[in-house]
Ligand binder design. Sequence first.
Ligand code: GRF
Length: 207
Amino acid sequence: MSGSPLRLGVLLSGRGSNFLAIAEAIRSGRLPGVEIAVVISNIAGAPGLSAAESLGLSTAVFVSKGRKRAEHDTDVAASLHEHNVDLVILAGYMRLLSPEFIAAFHNRILNIHPSLLPAFPGLDAQHQAFDYGVKIAGCTVHFVDEHLDHGVIVLQRAIPVLDTDTAETLSARILTEEHIAYSEAIARVASGEYEISGRRYLRRDSF
Ligand code: GRF
């Protein structure tokens, strides 16, 4: 990789463990050529935001409660542009994005979802999968399009569901996979060595 670093804009609403895993991957040199430009939350007291401040990263809060989606997203997009963000990383961002925002960052927004999509989109995916009785669970990193948990899949990681699992132990093991998957997906996208063909993300080295 050469040239200027790929600048990430992280959006989060909660604890931020995926954000912290990405920050650690960057710190330890596992994501060369990638830096975090800004961490933005729609929730003022989000633990992930305090963690970002402790790491000395630029942060911003745009409280979403009670605001029209498009207006709120305009503020977030302006902040991302101010920080020269190349790739938007949704890391537990509990807010749907407006079509305008998604269009402004076409194929430049990644999300992580704690199921093997297209199974179990939406909230509490790990519990949905557990309750359904699946034998294989996992997580998905995908580009964001205008439909919920739907865009082009960059990668997935799968784990077996154990007979001894509870929904909580399964969620914890999925989260461990998420922390690996997100940095790996960012590395792949940062390399630029891919094409999107219909719904398929194809790595150039596999052509
Ligand atoms: C993760 O399970 C992620 O897959 C989902 O929201 C959760 C965020 O967790 N989109 P964290 O805030 O990154 O710890």
